[in-house]
Design a protein around this ligand. Structure first.
Ligand SMILES: [Zn+2]
Length: 319
């Protein structure tokens, strides 16, 4: 097992309930924040949907192929760009070919000079930035949705950077419409210039991460869950662009506290344990101090030594 394939981590999220009250999004593209303090927003008329940013996460790959075959370029009032982000990685059904495309969208990397030694994915990131960005500019698409899969049992999760009223309202809308699935959110607290993933190229953006789905496999239930979510996002956009009023509300978001690496052989670095069966598939459930986390291959249980936390058992290569 190489160093890269052994980079399997336990992702730990502190349950951090962020209460966003008194938020209203009004037909004139305002939202109200306490005492009717308001900010104006323009229409969301240009949207990019991306899949295959990781070439072995098949929901987005098949969705892009389908949308491109159907030549979908407009849904209601919204013009739509469908993007197969990493075609070379898709071709070989691997996460990436030379470097992780979804770590290439920092401002520094997007503006770095291209040389003979520039990895394919960094070139591709700069191409995508020219096509649906540039990041941070007024030419960038209004909303960028990037579809990912994970091997972990996390249901449907929006991942986004800074607090963004559009994303919060879309999250609330999805939660109200998709009652048979848990719709959650993770906020990555990283400045947008340092934000490394594709959704940071849009004026607004989020990743939809859905699992469990093995890499290289397409499951109908997962595909349909994402299709339903995307359909709802476009319904919300139609409502917003046509002037509906959105009620104030609350949403919850998780934030990352830390990652816990697998137990390893100190000499070889090889992983010496698997996720414990009591934790496996129990993403987003409260893990108490003393609860099992890992089971070593010699049968020893490794317990949680921290205070109660919410865990997400995750293969780091799955996002
Ligand atoms: Zn991914």
């Amino acid at each position: 097992m190489t160093a890269r394939t052994s980079s399997v981590l336990l992702f730990v999220c502190l349950y951090n309930k962020k209460r966003e009250s008194n938020i209203q999004l009004t037909p004139s593209f305002f939202f109200s924040w306490k005492q009717m303090e308001s900010v104006s927003f323009p229409l969301l008329s240009r949207v990019a949907i991306c899949g295959g940013t990781h070439g072995n996460e098949m929901t987005g790959v098949y969705m892009m192929r389908h949308l491109q075959k159907e030549k979908i370029d407009k849904i209601g009032s919204v013009s739509v760009s469908t993007v197969l982000s990493n075609p070379r990685a898709v071709e070989v059904c691997r996460r990436y070919v030379e470097t992780d495309l979804n770590r290439c969208f920092t401002e520094a990397l997007l503006n770095s000079p291209v040389t003979d030694s520039t990895p394919y994915e960094l070139r591709r990131a700069q191409e995508l930035n020219a096509q649906i960005g540039p990041k941070g500019s007024k030419e960038a698409v209004d909303l960028l949705i990037d579809i990912h899969n994970t091997t972990s049992n996390m249901g449907l999760c929006l991942i986004f950077y800074s607090i963004d009223w559009f994303t919060l309202h879309i999250l609330k809308y999805l939660q109200s419409k998709m009652t048979s699935v848990e719709v959650r959110a993770i906020q990555l607290d990283i400045p947008i210039s340092e934000a490394y993933s594709l959704e940071s190229v849009g004026k607004h953006g989020f990743a939809i991460e859905v699992g469990p789905q093995p890499n290289g496999v397409v499951r109908a239930d997962i595909y349909n869950m994402v299709k339903e979510a995307v359909d709802h996002v476009f319904s919300w956009l139609q409502e917003f662009n046509s002037g509906s009023t959105f009620e104030e509300g609350e949403v919850e978001a998780y934030t990352l506290v830390k990652s816990i690496d697998y137990p390893r052989n100190p000499v070889t670095g090889e992983i010496t344990a698997a996720i414990h069966s009591q934790l496996q598939d129990n993403d987003f459930k409260l893990l108490q101090r003393g609860d099992p986390i890992f089971l070593s291959f010699s049968g020893e249980t490794v317990k949680n030594r921290a205070a109660a936390i919410i865990c997400r058992g995750k293969d780091m290569r799955a996002r």
